[in-house]
Design a protein around this ligand. Structure first.
Ligand code: URA
Length: 270
């Protein structure tokens, strides 16, 4: 037995200095119910009930009413799911119109996706869409989520509808098979994709990678150049009501769903 263990195997009290440090930390931060309310879990009263019902943990320990937290360091979970939104972080979903560049600053002075959303706080796009591609694009100042979502190994699905040049019979079964199994591109073979032909010449393509002009190059390589390309889904996010050029903030549930869509195992390698 080590010298600090009490006799009889009883759970030891933490040393006084540790309790004091914990108390000091608690005395600092913000009230937990306030943080939860800001993150969208309801009024402070509702959030107090969540805490009282034992549904909230802080750093793995069940939280009690009166608990204070530091959102920069403490991991807060409700029903075991992390509360992911820190103050100051914003998440926009834009339906990118055609002819707009994704880069933050265009050397030719053209309009960019950043011209469509509030300029403060400064945000950046999660990945890119080509100038001629339309559809869903996330803009955020959450660098960590961006890094996770754009990391090729995390496998967040992106769904595209591609209209391609073809004859009356549409895309051949052989070409569809190649698109699904992997297309040999100059930067290597593509990972398996979900590919279906919705009507002759209109493909639904779901990929996990995010290589430059990937869908256009895949279709071109199998003999069916893309005429029109729209991104219709990013992981769990869809929105058929956003018109081109419109944007909205993601809901708390959407940000959490997006974080959950990241392949957590792959994060260990980062
Ligand atoms: N693949 C493309 O070819 N272009 C895009 O904009 C997105 C994916």
């Amino acid at each position: 037995m080590n010298s600090s263990s009490p006799p009889g195997g009883a759970v030891p009290e933490p040393p006084l200095w540790e309790q004091m440090a914990t108390d000091a930390r608690n005395a600092e931060g913000e009230r937990l119910q306030k943080v939860l309310a800001r993150a969208g879990f309801g009024s402070r009263r509702v959030c107090e009930d969540l805490i009282a019902d034992g549904r909230v943990t802080v750093n793995g320990d069940e939280a009690v009413l009166g608990r204070r937290v530091n959102v920069e360091v403490d991991e807060i979970c409700v029903d075991d799911a992390p509360v992911g939104i820190l103050p100051g972080l914003v998440y926009y979903l834009l339906n990118k119109p055609e002819g707009i560049v994704t880069s933050a600053l265009d050397t030719h002075g053209r309009e960019t996706v950043l011209d469509f959303v509030p300029s403060e706080p400064r945000v950046f796009s999660v990945g890119r869409l080509d100038i001629d591609t339309t559809g869903l694009l996330i803009l955020t100042n959450d660098g960590q989520l961006t890094q996770f979502l754009t990391h090729p190994s995390h496998g967040v699905e992106k769904e595209y509808i591609a209209e391609v040049e073809c004859g009356q019979n549409g895309v051949s079964n052989g070409a569809l098979r190649t698109l699904r199994d992997g297309v040999e591109l100059e930067d290597g073979i593509t990972a398996p994709a979900e590919v279906g032909q919705l009507e002759p010449g209109v493909l639904r393509i779901v990929i996990h990678e995010g290589r430059n002009r990937q869908v256009r190059r895949m279709c071109e390589e199998v003999g069916y150049p893309v005429i029109r390309l729209v991104r219709t889904r990013i992981g769990p996010l869809r929105d058929t009501r956003l018109a081109p050029g419109q944007w909205r903030e993601l809901t708390v549930d959407e940000v959490r769903a997006l974080s959950s869509a990241v392949d957590i195992d792959a994060l260990d390698t980062m």
